[in-house]
Design a protein around this ligand. Structure first.
Ligand SMILES: [Zn+2]
Length: 355
């Protein structure tokens, strides 16, 4: 491996990869770094500094929330949950919130689920392994309808490993890649989907409509985006963490290019709330924009590291460490910034150097 890295250094230098990266990426990343992250949000309750937003005081929050009118099917209180998560009853271990007419958000403070009542049964998106029977218990608090349709956001067991607890006659829906993966896995906790699609699928049940689409592999195999145009709510799981640093290796993304592209594709869509799958809060377009800026800034820090780091036996490791140092310094007040800075830089080093 060391020899391999040494082999790359002269190649990288001779091919002029660094200048090419600089001209392609640096203007964007530098522009972001230079202006900071001016994320002053309209119509929300965040005070934004030069790097990220934080919630304002409780009293201010209450008066602000009263000013936000319910619109496009969203309840005013929902917007508060883009700043501070709902209280989780320690006995129950979850909170269930109606985001808009018949569209609910269920969270245990770490994982997130979305479900819709339709008048003809419940559509459930994801069933995290750790939430188990609490999911159907939470649903029964708000409706007498049973789950009739289940949508896999993606393959990962931590998000869908309780789906086998649903009624046997449930229709399981996923991207075709998810179905192929689950067939191979033959995992009793993740039933093989019976309805699959490649690019787009519209699910109409009762009075609800969900548009499912494949926008690219932003995190794992068979990632899909679940969109309710009526509510202006979208769900994209494990793409990013609102108001926090990414999970390790940039959310263990398999393709940084597609990962970044999906940020743009989502931002071009008309929605106000994003269910991200993690964190105690709901996300907004501003959160997603911030994550894109953060990702480009990490890339910028890799390029900076490339300019000042001498060749060594662990050149890629040295680049990642320098990038991590720069990133932590730059985003010192971002939640979880110190959890995976090196791992996130490792992903961006490989993207910048050899992808
Ligand atoms: Zn995942």
């Amino acid at each position: 491996m060391n020899l391999l890295i040494f082999a790359f250094i002269p190649l990288i230098l001779s091919l002029g990869i660094i200048p090419a990266l600089q001209s392609e990426i640096l203007p964007n990343a530098d522009a972001i770094k230079a202006k900071g992250s001016s994320l002053t949000e309209t119509n929300s309750k965040k005070v934004c500094g030069d790097r990220l937003c934080s919630s304002i005081s409780e009293n201010q929050s209450i008066s602000s929330s009263m000013m936000i009118k319910s619109q496009k099917g969203l309840f005013s209180s929902t917007m508060d949950y883009t700043v501070t998560g709902p209280e989780i009853d320690p006995d129950k271990g979850y909170s269930v919130i109606e985001i808009g007419d018949g569209l609910y958000w269920l969270t245990d403070g770490m994982y997130q689920v979305m479900f819709l009542t339709t008048g003809e049964g419940v559509i459930l998106v994801d069933a995290p392994m750790g939430m188990g029977t609490k999911i159907q218990q939470a649903i029964s608090e708000v409706t007498s309808e049973k789950v009739t349709h289940f949508i896999y956001s993606h393959i990962h067991k931590d998000h869908v490993g309780s789906s086998a607890l649903l009624p046997k006659e449930t229709v399981f829906i996923s991207h075709i890649d998810t179905a192929e993966h689950l067939k191979k896995k033959n995992d009793p906790q993740r039933p093989v989907p019976t309805v699959t699609f490649d690019d787009e699928y519209t699910l109409k049940v009762g009075d609800q409509v969900l548009e499912l689409s494949y926008l690219g592999q932003f995190h794992s195999k068979g990632d899909i985006v679940i969109y309710s145009p009526i509510h202006k709510v979208v769900m994209a799981v494990d793409l990013f963490h609102p108001n926090a640093a990414p999970f390790q290796f940039m959310g263990i993304t398999r393709d940084v290019g597609e990962h970044l592209a999906v940020h743009d594709k989502l931002l071009a869509m008309d929605w106000e709330i994003i269910v991200s799958g993690h964190e105690p809060i709901l996300g907004t377009p501003e959160h997603l924009k911030f994550n894109k800026e953060f990702t480009l800034a990490v890339l910028g820090n890799v390029i900076t590291a490339m300019q000042i780091t001498q060749p060594s036996a662990d050149y890629f490791g040295d680049l990642a460490n320098k990038c991590a140092e720069l990133t932590v310094e730059q985003y010192s007040d971002l939640k979880d910034i110190e959890v995976y800075p090196v791992e996130n830089c490792v992903t961006m080093v490989f993207y910048a150097m050899i992808d």
